[in-house]
Design a protein around this ligand. Structure first.
Ligand code: IMP
Length: 187
């Protein structure tokens, strides 16, 4: 039994993802030339993307990690009510913040986070997300860098999970309906 057996379809294979991450990194390296941005990621989904992106960026950047938990929703659906489980470890006052996110779905999590981060008086905030799922957007989010725009399907792999599993798949895929016990999750 392999993890891959649970995958119905590979949406973005690892080579496609790697190529796009390199392109994004080149764009960021050019856009932030002469600056020293702080890459802020939200655990855990963005970890794999952050690890690849930062290594491809030729900049003296630093990283910081936050962990948020949304409550009032379901395993696959965000409610927009967000609790900070792990805060930034250093001040971002006067810093250029680049939020590195795995996926923007409803946008509610990032909507909250943006307000939270702006209160800490950074010089700038930009958003880089690997996947944009605009079909279910509830909050308008100004996304500066997008890896891929994807259809309204629940995806796993390359950091993204279903019930904490599948994060270590090297590609982005869609799970077989049988894994959810029939009804596909919304998300
Ligand atoms: P939002 O607040 O609805 O934009 O949700 C953002 C978070 O929900 C992401 O950072 C993911 O952790 C999770 N999420 C949304 N869609 C998916 C998906 O298709 N697969 C896995 N996680 C998802």
């Amino acid at each position: 039994m392999s993890l891959h057996d649970d995958v119905e379809e590979i949406l973005l294979d690892s080579e496609t993802v790697a190529n796009r991450v390199s392109e994004l990194a080149a764009e960021l390296t050019a856009d932030y030339a002469g600056r020293d941005p702080v890459l802020v990621s939200v655990l855990k989904g963005a970890l794999v993307f952050l690890a690849d992106l930062m290594r491809a960026m030729d900049l003296p950047s630093s990283i910081d990690l936050m962990e948020v938990s949304s409550y009032g929703g379901t395993a696959t659906e965000s409610s927009g009510l967000v609790r900070i489980m792990k805060d930034l470890s250093a001040s971002i006052a006067d810093e250029d913040v680049l939020i590195v996110e795995d996926i923007i779905d409803t946008g509610l999590t990032l909507n909250y986070l943006l307000r939270y981060l702006w209160e800490r008086n950074p010089a700038s905030i930009r958003i880089c997300c690997l996947l944009d799922k605009p079909a279910r957007r509830l909050a308008e989010i100004p996304i500066d860098y997008i890896g891929f725009t994807i259809p309204d399907r629940f995806v796993i792999g390359y950091g993204l999970d279903y019930d904490e599993r599948y994060r270590n798949l090297p590609y982005i895929g869609v799970l077989k309906p049988s894994v959810y016990g029939g009804a596909p999750p919304e998300g």
